[in-house]
Design a protein around this ligand. Structure first.
Ligand code: XMP
Length: 327
């Protein structure tokens, strides 16, 4: 019968049987799936696992620290952090087109991960001659069904922004979440003691804040958006709306300016868009009727606390015709 404890025991046994005494690598994204998959593998084979966290600098406030500090502290995972934020910003310089942003981020991600994976392979060789044979992926049951059910060799779904690895760097996949739905993955994560901020995290796109800045991505704009987003998340959580809201993209219209008045003077700043949506599966969605008082509080806080932002607007479009994200 299905209990979280049984699922963990069963998966740990399977992982041990599959991996034996080989080495294994996993890319952490900051999301639930990779975090839970890696924690299961860690429990099964301990330090045979090395995790790689590519920090592309496009995560929200506190998220990189959650992976680098809290996640490591609670799981004991061996983590290699690559700070690639400058590289991503350079690659994104001058780019406004959404699909081009996605392509650049996917391309840079796989290059950085590839370099890190090669280092892990070399380090394993030098230490005790062991081979890195496996790659962990957080594939869920719905992904398996969607892609026709086959077991793959390493070719991470393009949807998840990791593209393919070169031929000389191929691994056999370890997919401990293949039989699970999202809520089951969260239950397993909680049982394994992972931080709530990771386990209960709402969906967040792989390309991160880059596709929530309409216009070119710059360091300053990322900082502005991060501040606004942190306020929105804090207020929605404090109001107890985390379950009702599927996700709430916060978007900076960096290419738009409007006139405002703050203190003694006129301002010419950027709007922030709030996009709270309710959904079952992200295929369709409706805009969430967030209470007016809460919207007012969020608006006041953002315009008071975030420089450059002088207007807050609410997106009241369902999906379809709107998508959840603006880009
Ligand atoms: P849309 O905007 O198409 O989004 O209604 C549907 C769901 O997918 C997420 N999303 C992405 N996730 N890489 C991802 O990993 C992406 O490029 C991407 N684009 C959208 C979005 O946040 C929503 O949950």
């Amino acid at each position: 019968d299905w209990t979280t404890g049984n699922v963990i025991d069963e998966q740990v046994a399977r992982i041990k049987a599959q991996i034996g005494d080989a080495k294994v690598i996993c890319a952490l994204s900051g999301g639930v799936d990779s975090a839970v998959a890696a924690a299961l593998v860690q429990r099964a084979v301990g330090d045979q696992l090395t995790c790689v966290f590519v920090d592309h600098g496009l995560l929200r406030q506190g998220e990189a620290e959650q992976v680098e500090q809290e996640y490591v502290a609670t799981t004991g995972v061996k983590l290699k952090v690559v700070d690639a934020s400058t590289r991503f910003l350079t690659a994104l310089a001058g780019v406004s087109d959404p699909e081009t942003k996605r392509k650049i981020i996917g391309r840079e991600f796989i290059r950085v991960f590839e370099d890190a994976a090669r280092e892990v392979v070399e380090e394993a060789h030098e230490s005790d001659g062991g081979d890195v044979k496996f790659l962990v992926q957080g594939t869920l049951y719905p992904d398996v069904v969607e892609s026709g059910g086959g077991t793959g060799t390493a070719n991470i779904k393009s949807h998840h922004n990791v593209g393919g690895l070169p031929d000389d760097l191929q691994f056999e996949l370890v997919e401990p979440l293949r039989t699970l739905f999202k809520d089951e993955v969260r239950a397993v994560g909680s049982q394994l003691g992972l931080p709530d901020e990771i386990v209960q995290r709402q969906p967040f796109p792989g390309p991160g804040l880059a596709i929530r800045i309409v216009g070119e991505v710059t360091k300053d704009r990322l900082e502005t958006l991060r501040q606004a987003d942190a306020i929105v998340r804090a207020e929605l959580s404090a109001a107890g709306l985390d379950r009702e809201i599927w996700q709430c993209p916060v978007v900076l219209l960096a290419d738009v300016r409007s006139v405002g008045v703050q203190g003694d003077g006129r301002t010419y700043g950027h709007p922030i868009v709030l996009r709270p949506v309710s959904s079952e599966d992200a295929m369709t969605a409706d805009w969430t009727r967030v209470p007016y008082e809460l919207l007012a509080k969020i608006s006041t806080r953002i315009t008071n606390e975030v420089a450059e932002v002088n207007r807050v607007v609410l997106d009241v479009t369902s999906k379809p015709p709107g998508t959840i994200e603006w880009e």
